[in-house]
Design a protein around this ligand. Structure first.
Ligand SMILES: O=C(O)CCC(=O)C(=O)O
Length: 276
């Protein structure tokens, strides 16, 4: 089977016909209204089993990182008042397998490199033309979270992230989201502070990240986190990175932090944007 048809065979096309205009219009409307579009059961159950086996195989190649950062993914400034959002540091830890480590026959690679999926996601985003991320590590990631790992509340630096839930942890690992808590014209400072101190729980929704779910998410304006993982079973999520401009790469600093290494080519062009 060619890599392209291998990818399409993983998708439940009876439920999600990638060329169906009403499906695309529904996704676009949901993404524009809520900054998120969740497609449960996007992959067949057998495909999820394949991806779990692939993730088990790839996991030993992952790089582990642990960070303390503000919701804006910056270092906290201790000179500011303790309640200032720029002074509050939150813990995150995760293991990541970079794109270059996915073998040629990888099912996740086939999904990411599928033109049909690229076109479908572009249409769901209302984007004329979508490009795969140019970061040789960050274009496709397997994110692995083990017992005690968490992602603290944060905003993404990219306009959208596409994720595929592969395996849930025994407990915890919930994806919590305060949708559209800020915008280009409203920094949402009070609401963000309320979510952080627990008084803004009504602003937060748990998104149903059951295995096989595809999620298109605008994390630039939505505050989100992953609850601490509990139990021995690792949480696996694939992160597929695209951009509206060709050639977008991340910085060497971000590559070193996330993957612990740099591409072979000596000088990596500094980022246009991107948080991984
Ligand atoms: O693992 C997830 O479900 C979300 C990942 C995430 O929030 C991120 O990579 O910024």
């Amino acid at each position: 089977m060619s890599p392209v048809s291998a990818a399409i065979a993983l998708i439940d096309t009876d439920r999600y016909d990638l060329a169906d205009h009403s499906l695309i219009e529904g996704c676009l409307a949901q993404f524009r209204a809520e900054g998120i579009c969740v497609l449960p059961g996007f992959l067949h159950a057998e495909a999820v089993a394949t991806l779990v086996a692939e993730s088990d195989h790839l996991a030993p190649l992952a790089h582990r990182s642990a960070t303390r950062a503000t919701v804006f993914l910056a270092a906290a400034d201790p000179t500011l008042p303790s309640e200032d959002l720029h002074a509050i540091a939150l813990d995150s830890s995760v293991e990541v397998v970079g794109y270059d480590l996915f073998p040629a026959q990888s099912a996740l690679r086939a999904l990411y490199e599928s033109e049909e999926l690229l076109t479908f996601i572009g249409r769901c985003l209302g984007v004329e033309q979508l490009f795969r991320y140019a970061d040789p590590f960050g274009a496709l990631n397997l994110a692995i979270m083990r017992s005690g790992d968490r992602l603290g509340w944060h905003f993404d630096m990219t306009d959208f992230v596409v994720s595929i839930a592969i395996q849930s942890s025994e407990r915890g690992g919930e994806f919590e989201n305060a949708a559209r808590i800020r915008s280009g014209s409203d920094p949402g400072t009070e609401a963000i502070a309320a979510v952080l101190d627990g008084t803004g729980d009504h602003l937060v929704r748990v998104e149903p990240m059951t295995p096989g779910t595809l999620m298109i998410f605008n994390g630039r304006w939505s505050l989100h986190r992953v609850d601490p993982i509990v139990g021995d079973r690792p949480r696996y999520v694939a992160l597929l990175a695209y951009d509206t401009k060709p050639g977008t790469d991340s910085t060497d600093t971000l590559k070193l932090a996330r993957y612990g290494r740099l591409p072979d080519r000596a000088a990596t062009t500094e980022a246009t944007h991107g948080d991984r």
